[in-house]
Design a binder for this molecule. Structure first.
Ligand code: WT7
Length: 645
């Protein structure tokens, strides 16, 4: 057996699950024994959900990069750690062996140090999907700096907010990034983000698109120049910083029900052990296989299942710079054939979008290397599931539907490929160590009676190793967001069903958070951005079902600005101005799909917007809107219904 803790049968899963619940400390410490520690832990677990405080492997000393790199050098030094497929299919790909990656990470760790980065400092990373992104992430971990990767689609304003929140003093970026037919001017966005910023001392700029950029003396330096200085000295190694098990590894910002994204903090040991454990078990990874996770490293999926999970397992991880539909909708299948990909992990939204191109792009593609398929980020509809199964997996690849969150670090509910049963649309069973419960509004656990399927809000009763530790700079926010809704439980924000077999089906968010193409976006955040437009008085944003994105963004806007520039008087130009405003404030990913101008919003007498009504209208339900008698102005509902887009 390749990984001693790899579960190989349904019975073994049941046994592992039982053990993990009866004695979590014994269960997780047995797994932790298989990692490289500089010093073993004093205590496996200490926790309470009231503060909250969660400490795994307290007193243990380690460095995650020794587990991801150094420990594989003797046996896998010449094996590919990262295969990089560029945006353009005719550009040369790159392969970084474990030896090469180790060397580059060590060298860039020197660069960081030479530029003043110390243990505990926050480094913001804003790059496209090139190997240097993974190198930058790992180099931070090597010296104990806390990385905060910001997805390349976020605006200057979003970066500025994140820099300020994390009090980051360092940025690693690129001149630009390629994504399909687009060139994204990353450095120029960073320049905008830095107007007025007082904390950032150094910006390291890697070359990719060689688009002209401004380089400010004393602040901006080139990646290549800095690396050359280290290389010319013949340096290929740096001692790994000794980290405490509970030291923070990274911050990753994510949206919630308030206007401001929060910095989810993960710590070194628990995150490492859990992402490794789930990588090996969920995907049933076998040494030598090629794992292709199509997410961007700017999201948690990329952190956990492109970088840390696979590398800590000595796997080969494929990093793809481009998009699934460029130059054509057969790109994923070409990549699968080119590198004989064994595991393909993607989002339902990508599958639905590819389905829309029909079977043409699949013609002539072999795909026989595929062994396991996975999905993540949103519920998968059965049609997409069957299409994936039939046309990509050729009915011979188990599909894992992995439910998890930025805050959970790794998959919490998923079938194990080919080991535990799959059910289309169902994430199925919890991973070992996970005590999932469904509760009603009052936090009362809903118990199963007989064979009936139950429904409720999804909570977790006890910590797993990669639970978030805090929200950066504001522990109280972490408490109120996740641990205060229901006593002594972590609240996921999702609703779920549980059937007689103990399988879970996630039904979607129960808070004011949208899931657009697998990306989490807070309605309050979008409203704040829309309200920044000079002519907007007020707005309300809700989600509605969208064929490809899963959820689309529907905005109701009270607009009293000038229509003078709107030559046709249709409001279309104003709409475009609003979209431009949202793009500036958050990024293009948060642009509303529909904007309806209204003269008022349905509010209760206390001034609360009745989103339920707005949601129903956006969904196309105009009849059963429920009780509208408590509204301040019930007449507004008819106007909104009639103006529905
Ligand atoms: C939210 C978390 C986990 C990485 C990507 C998203 C939804 C996630 C599934 C799934 C149904 C899912 C949930 C969750 N979600 N995976 N397999 N089935 N819903 O991470 O941005 O932190 O969003 O995504 O609603 O709460 P995220």
């Amino acid at each position: 057996m390749s990984y001693p803790y790899q579960i190989k049968s349904f019975e073994a899963y049941q046994e592992a699950y039982q053990k993990s619940i009866q004695d979590p400390e014994a269960f997780w410490s047995a797994i932790a024994e298989h990692f490289t520690w500089k010093k073993k832990w004093d205590k496996v677990l200490e926790w309470n959900f009231t503060e909250p405080k969660v400490e795994w492997f307290k007193g243990g000393k380690l460095n995650i990069t020794e587990n991801c790199l150094d420990r594989h050098l003797a046996t896998k030094g010449n094996h590919p750690a990262i295969i990089w497929e560029p945006n353009a299919p005719d550009e040369n790909h790159r392969i970084l062996t474990y030896k090469k990656l180790h060397e580059k990470v060590c060298q860039f760790a020197h660069v960081l140090k030479n530029n003043g980065v110390k243990k505990g400092d926050r480094v913001c990373i804003y790059m496209g999907m090139i190997p240097e992104l993974a190198i930058a992430v790992l180099a931070c971990a090597r010296i104990g700096a806390i990385h905060s990767v910001v997805f390349g689609g976020f605006s200057a304003q979003s970066i500025a907010d994140r820099l300020e929140d994390a009090k980051a003093e360092f940025i690693v970026t690129c001149d630009g990034a390629y994504r399909g037919a687009k060139d994204i001017p990353l450095k120029s966005v960073i320049d905008d983000a830095l107007i007025g910023n007082k904390t950032v001392k150094r910006v390291i700029v890697a070359t990719r698109t060689r688009t002209p950029v401004s380089m400010i003396k004393g602040r901006d330096v080139w990646w290549e120049d800095e690396m050359k200085q280290v290389e010319e000295k013949g340096i290929t190694f740096i001692e790994a910083e000794v980290m405490d098990a509970e030291d923070p590894l990274f911050i990753l910002y994510t949206s919630g029900s308030t206007g401001k994204p929060k910095g989810v903090v993960h710590s070194v040991a628990g995150y490492m052990i859990y992402t490794n454990y789930t990588f090996v078990n969920v995907f049933q990874y076998e040494p030598g296989q090629v794992h292709f996770c199509t997410a961007d490293i700017g999201w948690i999926t990329g952190h956990s299942y492109i970088v840390y999970g696979p590398l800590s397992a000595g796997a080969t991880s494929l990093l793809f710079e481009g998009v699934p539909t460029w130059p054509d909708a057969g790109r994923f299948w070409d990549i699968v054939d080119k590198y004989k990909v064994n595991i393909l992990y993607t989002a339902p939204t990508a599958i639905r979008s590819l389905m829309g191109f029909g079977l043409g792009p699949l013609q002539g593609k072999n795909l026989s290397s595929l062994k396991v398929l996975g999905t993540v980020g949103e519920p998968i509809n059965e049609e997409a599931w069957h299409w994936y199964d039939e046309h990509v997996g050729k009915r011979k690849c188990p599909i894992v539907d992995t439910w998890w969150q930025t805050e959970t670090g790794g998959c919490l509910i998923s079938n194990l490929a080919g080991i535990t049963p799959a059910k289309p649309g169902w994430a199925t069973l919890p991973m070992p160590g996970l005590q999932m419960v469904l509760v009603d509004e009052n936090g009362k656990e809903i118990l199963q009676e007989g064979e009936a399927t139950i429904s409720g809000n999804l909570c977790i009763k006890a910590p797993w190793p990669s639970i978030l530790r805090t929200t950066y700079g504001d522990h109280e926010r972490c408490r109120t967001n996740y641990f205060a809704t229901y006593e002594n439980m972590y609240f996921t924000g999702d609703g779920a069903l549980k059937n007689k077999d103990g399988f879970f089906r996630i039904t979607g968010r129960v808070d004011d958070v949208l899931n657009v193409s697998g990306h989490r976006i807070g309605t309050a955040e979008v409203e704040n951005a829309i309200n920044m437009h000079a002519g907007v008085v007020e707005s309300a944003v809700v989600g509605y079902p969208h064929d490809i994105k899963g959820q689309g963004i529907y905005a109701y806007v009270i607009y009293q600005g000038s229509h003078a520039q709107d030559t046709h008087g249709t409001g279309d130009l104003v709409r475009k101005d609003i979209l431009q405003t949202v793009t500036r404030i958050i990024g293009a990913i948060a642009k509303p799909d529909k904007i309806q101008f209204v003269s008022g919003l349905p509010k209760t007498r206390s001034g609360k917007i009745m989103r339920r009504i707005l949601r129903k209208i956006a969904e196309g339900e105009t009849e059963n809107l429920g009780d509208t008698s408590t509204l301040l102005d019930p007449g507004i509902v008819d106007e909104i219904k009639n103006g529905r887009l």
